[in-house]
Design a protein around this ligand. Sequence first.
Ligand SMILES: [Zn+2]
Ligand SMILES: [Zn+2]
Length: 562
Amino acid sequence: MQNICPQCSSNFDITDDDLAFLEKVSPIFNGKKELIPPPTLCPECRMQRRLAFRNERKLYHRKCDLTGKQIVSVYAADKPFKAYQSDEWYTDKWNALEYGRTFDFSRTFFEQWAELMSVVPRMSLVTSPEANAFNCSYINFAGHSENCYMTFDSDYNRDSMYTNVLKHSQNCVDCSFVHECELCYECVDCYASYNLRFSENCTNCSDCAFLKNCSGCRQCFFCSNLAQKEYHIFNKPYSKSEYEQLLESMQLNTSSGLHKLKNEFAEFTKQYPQKFQHALKVENGVGDYLANVQNCHHCFDIADAQDLRYCDTLYKAKDCCDVSSFGENIALIYDSGTIGVEGYNLQFCFNCVINCSDLLYCNECHRASHCFGCIGVGEKYCILNKQYTQEEYDTLVPQIIAHMRTTGEWGQFFPGALSPFGYSETMAQEQFPLTKESALTNGWNWYEERTEASDNYMGPMITIPDSITDVPDDITKQILKCEATGKPYKIIPQELKFYREMGIPIPRKCPDQRHKERMALRNPRKLWKRNCMKCSKEIETTYSPERPEIVYCESCYLSSVY
Ligand SMILES: [Zn+2]
Ligand SMILES: [Zn+2]
């Protein structure tokens, strides 16, 4: 079935497989299946809508509305929501069912849901009570961690700072999409590596810097597309002593040395072919950044998963369609975001992060099942936070669905205007950037960040020494100014210790800018059909045809490296 997306006017297909999935997840009440209709928006616009409900990294100081304590939250103090510190939110000090209401068939569902959202207290930061974090601050969507600072969507880490999608790692700083690594710095899409710096898409590398598309390398510097090499610079072999001498002359511990190398590296890697897909152990996978997956169609950033369609940033997922960051051990989920762990059979939900099943249109529910349109609930058989018997629930929900068919709401995720966040605060802005004007014209929210007192810092700007060896201890008490954005930022003591031990100069840019530049090294979540530049075989790739890289199919790429 060919459709035209009403939001972006692009053509998109709804395949028999898409319809079969919808049939499978359509809920059944009293033996009657309530079919979920096919989506009206194209896959990209659906992802954009889901991501507009996820504020991953914009954090604010505010008071906890339960305890009055000063906390850090995804909700700025002037937002019209009550926010409870997450630890308190998960206690029985309050009861979500007290906000319950009866469904009003004279009004739309979304209108009533929005009113409920405006009164139910929200989690200050999204976490689950099991995902303990010790001695961590400014983290969000992050758990099972110790001594971490500004780690987002990052779990099972220690002693790490300024990361997103960092998993099972320690002592990593400024890393994105890095797994099972130690002592890594400024790395993107790296796996099982040790003491790796300024590198992209590398596996099993140690004591290396400036590598791209390398695996199993030791003591290599400034190399691309190498496997199992030692003491290589510019893809050429050197003796151990020559290697050490040359490396010394590069002055990696100085900001000026690094700056020059970064620019040269981007140029250097252009001459080497890129594999059409960033993938490891993929069987029948269309998309990018896939590892150990089978039958994944139009998916991005997926690991250990099977039978997914139009999904992103999931881990151990099965049989899902239209699900966005993040989910672990989840199945039968449709058009939802941030499902967390052990979610089963959820449709049109977001931030239901722990052990939920059989939910429709729910948010921030935990250990809940058979609920419809609920917020913050951990019970069974609730509609708009009001509890019913199973019989009442099974009768009322089909009536609400029938009502939503007449209003055009059934089968649609929450409209963008119901997001508790401004578009620019969310992951949607990262993947699908919009200006304030176009966001507002297209019905998204916008949130104008109030300038914090520190943003107006007018005091003396300090000059950061070029080499890390000349940096004084008191730099952690200074306010630095980002050379790209002009924004003030700080160096924390744990961070200074890392830079000194690793011989890395103080970064000249603020953490957000560093994040932005790392993410720009990754390909967009968009696919183009084009041909392998060696054998002309058709490939589906995130490298758009006008990009400068040499793009090869899998077999041509492998024969070029090995
Ligand atoms: Zn579209
Ligand atoms: Zn080829």
